[in-house]
Design a protein around this ligand. Structure first.
Ligand code: IMP
Length: 181
């Protein structure tokens, strides 16, 4: 059963939990995984989606929770797929994205961590700037094989992304607030 001082990370995605666990562990926060698929509202805002998920997750656990929502925002596609990243990945996949992106290849990964403890609700954001590669490189999770962070000639699939990811930045921001509250 959840204890009062625990922070739960609620997600059905084990890749994400591993990344979140290793980042928060370094920052002296031990996070527990509660595996659940949370309902996702239709919204163009990652903040709204994550805030709603965190509120719902709190009703399940009645203990402080964080959830994380991320998306890939491609400049030349006016931010598409953004909040629809999951659906787009499952439908057209990485090759579908490569078919859409032509000369201008700039893109940003955004991560929102939302916290809820029943009375306080707060969001923290992080961004990783980069470019869409011209081909699929590597086999890791999601869009990692087509995203090259600025300053790198390789995709996230071949990089130790835990040290630089959008998720690290949003979690660092959460951790700074959480340990001081
Ligand atoms: P989610 O809704 O936060 O799970 O993320 C939406 C989609 O974006 C996921 O299904 C992945 O395809 C993709 N995504 C989010 N973060 C990452 C990442 O760090 N690497 C690769 N793909 C990601």
């Amino acid at each position: 059963m959840p204890g009062l001082s625990d922070v739960y990370f609620v997600s059905s995605n084990n890749h994400k939990f591993q990344e979140v666990y290793s980042i928060l562990d370094e920052l002296d926060i031990t996070v527990k995984h509660y595996a659940a698929t949370l309902p996702e509202i239709q919204s163009a805002s990652l903040y709204d989606i994550a805030t709603h998920k965190a509120a719902h997750a709190y009703t399940l656990l009645k203990s402080p929770v964080i959830v994380e929502d991320a998306g890939l925002f491609i400049d030349s596609l006016k931010g598409f797929p953004g909040p629809y990243s999951s659906f787009v990945y499952d439908t057209i996949g990485n090759q579908g994205i490569l078919n859409l992106v032509k000369v201008e290849r700039g893109a940003t990964f955004r991560s929102i961590v939302a916290y809820s403890d029943g009375s306080v609700s707060k969001c923290f954001s992080g961004e990783l700037r980069g470019a869409i590669s011209t081909r699929i490189v590597g086999t890791k999770w999601g869009y990692d094989p087509i995203f090259m962070p600025d300053g790198s000639h390789d995709t996230l699939a071949h990089i130790d992304k835990v040290s630089l990811s959008h998720r690290r930045l949003s979690l660092e921001s959460f951790a700074a607030w959480f340990v001081s509250k």
